[in-house]
Structures are given as structure tokens and as C-alpha cells.
Design a protein around this ligand. Structure first.
Ligand SMILES: Cc1ncc(COP(=O)(O)O)c(C=O)c1O
Length: 404
């Protein structure tokens, strides 16, 4: 009989991650409030399927019932008709793309894993933006790859820029195999400028690092400004990532893609090796691939609706939090689904976030989740229904006012 009380020795497990064991104080308090049935104004909600965005789903639903979903047609790159749909969508960004160089996978998170396997040996490093999206410690750690960071700096009101010296000094150390760019970055909403693009391409070419450009938010400009895509960059080995999670707001369909480009010899090598990785997993599913043309068609109006929502929400946030003599400042947000608010540091960010939850019922992500250099910053979702954003922003403002 199996002994259910058996506890595995710690040595069974890999040390590629500092496996988290404790629940942080904020999540614990939120779970407690939920269990007690207390109301919550969730300013962090970024699930595009739960914020009441209008969509015309009839074409998507009928193509999910396609009979071809019952056929198994394995192809390491994914079904050709789906790759053709991705290539056609690139033309909207002004780039022709060969469908034979499109790689479909289950998500951009998986694409990172494939590219880290392609480019890095265990112990090599990838260079990621700070502040940035917290998933890299896991995605890199799971491939036994180290994370180094480069700085983004903010100046008001012009916005964020890449600290190119921090990129150069990290690349000069020699262990960095890939420069990761989130374009626009999450949560800073900053796009790559032309000057930055030239500098980054030059540095990566000089130090032999590839570029991984995550452009999942590229088609969601908010306050706008210069925006350069890495799509089709041919001076250095580059991989642009995108997928349905953001482009069409349907993360549950599980479809992402990699668009490689670069000098012809390196590109041919990369594509050949990527094919071996992709063939080992064959992870893109037939229903999502067969539905892709219909999904991408509908995504145009989805993005229009979302962009209108994001601009409305940012306007509301500014009008509620930036009145005359207000201690708050909403940072410039060029694009994406998130706005950053700078507020007085009456207490540490964690204490403020706990207070907001306990006293005002507001759940908001503190800046330290994204490795902001200073306190106090909070990230608000720009895809919230406006009435929820309004109520949350007012409660947030009143919570801080009570410190006076
Ligand atoms: C910048 C960025 N890249 C990638 C992803 C993940 O996308 P996917 O669902 O395709 O893995 C997210 C999710 O929030 C994101 O913020």
C-alpha cells in the first residue's frame, strides 16, 4: 500500500528556481478578505475576458468548430494556413514576412523558453528591463539561465528611456546571450525609439547577443509617441514575439508566435535549430491554428475597443489623481494596458498596499512587484470598466488624503 504520509527528501528537486513557499502578506490579506466576502475594488484586473469589452464572437466560435480540427497534421512550425495569417498580419506593421519563417507555439511565455534553449547554455545570462515584467526570473530560471538587468529611467513629462550605459556594461561582461526588449514595456508603457533601436542593434552586434523583442502590446498605443518595431531587423539575430493573449485578448486560446530575422547565415542556422526545438514539442493546437484567420480578423475591432477603453481610463485616472495641489502623478504612458501612479511615500509600498486593501478595499500592485527603483508607485490596469476604475481611483485618492 502507498504511504500517503511520505515526504520526499529535498534533494529530489532541482535548484533551478528558488521555489517560493511562503504566501506574501498582501496575497494573504486579499485571500482573507475574499473568504470573508468583503468587497474588493481590483485595480490590477488585466484579464481581457473579464472586463466587459464588446466583441463580435460569431466568426471565432464557428471557426473553432472547423472539421479540420479532427485531423492531425504535425508541422514543427505550425499549420501553414495559420502561419500565412500571421505573415499577412505583419504587413499591417509594414513588413513582409515569409510564412516559412514563422514559428507557432502555445504562448509567448513558451516562446521565451524555446529561445533561451536555442541561445543559452546553463549559466549564461539574458538581459531584461528593470522595471519590468516579473515573470523572467521564472522563465529564465526554468532553463537554468541567469537574469541580468538594464535600467529604464523616467523623466517627467517626456517619459521613459533605456539607460544605454547599463546595457553596454552588462553586454561587455560577456555572459549575456540575449537582450530582451518589451516593446512597449510592461508596466512602464514605453516604446523603443529610433535612437534606442540603433544603439541597441549596434551594441548587440558588437557583443554577439541576439535580440528578443516581445511586442505583445505593440498595437496598443495610448499616449503615443515614436515607436519602432524590431520586426524584420536584419543587422543582428532578432526574434519578435507576439500572440493571441494581447493581440486579440484571448489568452485561453493558447497561441503565440516567433518571427525570426537577421543576417542570412545566422538566420538560417537559427531557423534550423528552432525547428528541432519546435518539433520536440509540437505545442500549438489545431483548433487555435485553424481559427487564427477569423480571430485575427475580429482582433482589429477588439483592439479598437480596447484602445478606446485604455484612453478613457487613463483620462479618468489623470482627472481624479492629478488635480491642482494633488500629491499624485500619473506617469507618461505611451502604450500597453497599464498606468503607473507615483504617490507620497507615507509608509513603505507594502504597508501602503496593505492599508489600501484593509481600509479602502482597493487591490493594487505596488511598484516593487516590477522592481521600480524607488517608492511609492502603484500600477493600475487601463482595461478596467470605467466605473470600476473611477471608484477605485477615488478610494485610492481618499486613502492617501487621510494621511494629511
Ligand atoms: C510583456 C508580456 N509578455 C508576454 C506575456 C504573456 O503572454 P502569453 O500569454 O502569450 O504567454 C505577458 C502577460 O501578461 C506580458 O505582459
Amino acid at each position: 500500500m502507498v504511504d500517503l504520509c511520505y515526504t520526499a527528501p529535498v534533494s529530489f528537486f532541482s535548484t533551478r528556481l528558488a521555489w517560493p513557499s511562503a504566501v506574501n502578506a498582501l496575497s494573504a490579506l486579499r485571500a482573507e478578505r475574499r473568504a470573508a466576502g468583503l468587497p474588493l475594488l481590483d485595480l490590477s484586473e488585466s484579464n481581457p475576458t473579464r472586463v466587459g469589452l464588446p466583441r463580435d464572437d460569431s466568426g471565432i466560435l464557428s471557426s473553432l468548430g472547423d472539421r479540420r480540427n479532427l485531423l492531425y497534421e504535425p508541422d514543427p512550425r505550425g499549420l501553414l494556413r495559420a502561419r500565412e495569417a500571421v505573415a499577412a498580419s505583419c504587413e499591417a506593421r509594414g513588413r513582409r514576412f515569409d510564412p516559412d519563417e514563422v514559428f507557432l507555439c502555445a504562448s509567448t511565455s513558451e516562446a521565451y523558453g524555446w529561445l533561451f534553449k536555442l541561445l543559452c547554455d546553463p549559466g549564461d545570462a539574458v538581459l531584461v528591463p528593470r522595471p519590468g515584467y516579473p515573470l523572467f526570473d521564472y522563465l529564465a530560471g526554468l532553463e537554468s539561465v541567469r537574469v541580468r538587468s538594464y535600467r529604464l529611467e523616467y523623466s517627467h513629462p517626456s517619459g521613459w528611456s533605456i539607460d544605454l550605459d547599463s546595457v553596454a556594461s552588462a553586454l561587455a561582461e560577456g555572459s549575456v546571450r540575449a537582450f530582451v526588449l518589451i516593446n512597449p514595456n510592461n508596466p512602464t508603457g514605453s516604446y523603443l525609439s529610433r535612437r534606442e533601436r540603433e544603439a541597441v542593434v549596434g551594441l548587440c552586434a558588437r557583443y554577439g547577443a541576439a535580440i528578443i523583442a516581445d511586442e505583445v502590446f505593440f498595437d496598443f498605443p495610448v499616449e503615443g509617441g515614436e515607436r519602432e518595431s524590431l520586426l524584420g531587423e536584419d543587422r543582428v539575430l532578432s526574434f519578435v514575439l507576439d500572440g493571441l493573449s494581447k493581440l486579440s485578448g484571448l489568452p485561453q486560446l493558447k497561441l503565440g508566435w516567433i518571427l525570426p530575422s537577421g543576417p542570412s547565415r545566422e538566420l538560417a542556422e537559427a531557423v534550423g535549430r528552432l525547428e528541432i526545438i519546435a518539433d520536440s514539442y509540437l505545442s500549438a493546437g489545431a483548433p487555435a491554428m485553424n481559427a487564427l484567420p477569423a480571430v485575427l480578423e475580429e482582433a482589429v475591432s477588439f483592439r479598437r475597443a480596447l484602445s478606446l477603453r485604455a484612453r478613457t481610463d487613463l483620462g479618468l485616472l489623470r482627472s481624479i489623481l492629478e488635480g491642482k495641489d494633488s500629491p499624485h502623478r500619473v506617469l507618461r504612458c505611451q502604450g500597453g494596458w497599464t498606468a503607473l501612479v507615483e504617490s507620497p511615500r507615507f509608509e513603505s509600498e507594502e504597508e501602503l498596499a496593505l492599508g489600501l486593501l484593509r481600509d479602502a478595499g482597493v487591490w493594487v500592485h505596488p511598484g516593487y512587484f516590477f522592481d521600480m527603483e524607488r517608492e511609492a508607485y502603484f500600477a493600475a490596469s487601463l482595461i478596467l470598466p470605467p466605473e470600476i476604475l473611477k471608484a477605485g481611483a477615488r478610494a485610492y485618492r481618499d486613502f492617501f488624503a487621510a494621511f494629511d
